[in-house]
Write a protein that binds this ligand. Structure first.
Ligand SMILES: [Mn+2]
Length: 421
């Protein structure tokens, strides 16, 4: 690990040591919950007091007001974008793009030390290196999986974490638990005609002679192969993404349970606005597991309903495929799922969600992301339209005033063509 980064982690530990009460502000998603959870567990183990708040969007003014009021603040999975406005006892643990540094606070961001925050480390990775407690490793990994940083193999600090703990990465079917439920509630991959269609899954299992009550983990090699091939065929037939079928078998890490499954549990709690439940679980209250499993089914059912709805209500403009979603919590998930499992890799996927403003989630394939930086493009278009935005090359978001979707699409199409030419 970079020695400058190590120094900042040490500085953060010192600040925590000196103080007794902290306000933790974090992003609401899996990486946000896990990074804040890792830090909170560390504080709890040292008898420190803390209060955690979750943020859907990086609400600058609100966050700055809190920072001003509180004596000790820790921001996780956000904060780098406003680092020049922060003063006092503040620790920022973020992996989003940085434009500037601030040495008067403790600013921990991989971009400052030669790493790529989109691939090499997420907030949970950094939080883990701050606390160095193997008991919390599953949550660091859930953050990595939640931010999809495992795709294409672990690199940078993520890889260092896995090596330091000598964890075995295995490749296996991406389903876990009861096979009937596993396929019925599968959204990643999304199997059109099977996911969300229990009767069809029952018929499939009957045809394959696989008992529906069996756990995926207990299937024989032959059963696994049969199931895997059938599901691959489903994607080859129904997905417009020729790479979709390869994600049926993917990496996972077993740490007293599948990390992939743990990520789904935390993510489902996050996206049903039950962040506190996932947080309590990370803080050591194992009785919340059952509730998280219920939330997972609820959340997956919602996502599946929305996915079938999208298939019937799709719009195309130039290189953009776009759709509208009714539930704001689902917008980024639906954009991610459709771009990875459903639509051709040469298209940019845009999901719109309207409340007082229009919220936008945009995604593209890694392949397209080599030429097109959606974060930079959304940032510049949104500010032109009187809004704000940003993010990574392949995953970005923006908020613009209402009823300007068509202008947005027009500008996006122009920027994509510019980047490609
Ligand atoms: Mn993150």
């Amino acid at each position: 690990m970079d020695s400058q980064l190590q120094k900042r982690l040490e500085k953060a530990r010192e600040l925590i040591e000196e103080q007794t009460e902290f306000r933790i502000l974090t992003h609401y998603d899996a990486d946000g919950i896990c990074s804040a959870g890792i830090i909170a567990r560390y504080l709890k183990d040292r008898g420190k007091r803390f209060h955690i708040s979750f943020f859907r969007n990086v609400d600058r003014e609100k966050i700055l007001a809190i920072v001003e009021q509180e004596e000790n603040v820790i921001l996780t999975d956000m904060g780098s974008s406003m680092v020049d406005e922060l003063t006092g006892n503040v620790i920022v643990i973020d992996h989003h793009k940085v434009s500037t540094d601030n040495e008067s606070i403790v600013h921990i961001n991989p971009h400052l030390f030669g790493y790529d925050g989109a691939r090499d480390a997420c907030a949970s990775t950094l939080a883990y290196f701050l606390v160095n407690d193997p008991i919390l490793a599953p949550y660091a990994l859930a953050g990595i999986f939640g931010d999809k940083q495992y795709i294409g193999g672990l690199t940078g600090l993520n890889r260092e974490l896995v090596e330091r703990l000598s964890l075995k990465i295995r490749r296996d079917l991406v389903l876990s638990g009861n096979v009937l439920n596993a396929v019925t509630y599968s959204t990643e991959p999304f199997f059109p005609g099977l996911s969300g269609r229990k009767e069809n899954v029952e018929k499939m299992l009957e045809k394959l002679k696989i008992p529906p009550s069996k756990d995926v983990e207990n299937l024989s090699e032959e059963e696994k192969t049969k199931l895997g091939s059938y599901l691959a065929l489903n994607l080859i037939k129904n997905s417009k993404n020729p790479h979709a079928a390869r994600y049926i078998v993917d990496v996972d890490i077993n740490l007293g349970g599948s990390v992939r499954y743990l990520t789904e549990l935390i993510d489902s709690a996050a996206r049903t606005d039950n962040q506190g439940i996932a947080m309590s679980y990370i803080l050591g209250n194992k009785s919340y597991l059952e509730r998280m499993e219920v939330l997972r089914k609820e959340y997956k059912s919602k996502v599946l309903k929305a996915l079938y709805n999208i298939l019937d209500n799709l719009f195309q403009k130039g290189r953009i495929t776009y759709f509208f979603v009714e539930d704001g919590y689902l917008a980024s998930t639906l954009a991610t799922i459709t771009s990875i499992y459903l639509f051709p890799p040469d298209r940019v996927i845009v999901a719109f969600y309207n409340d007082k403003m229009t919220h936008i989630s945009a995604r593209c394939s890694q392949q397209l992301g080599k030429k097109v930086h959606l974060g930079d493009i959304l940032s510049s278009i949104a500010s032109k339209l009187g809004g704000y935005g940003g993010g990574h090359s392949v995953a970005a978001g923006a908020t613009i005033p209402r009823d300007r979707e068509q202008e947005f699409l027009e500008l996006l199409q122009q920027e994509i063509e510019k980047s490609l030419s």
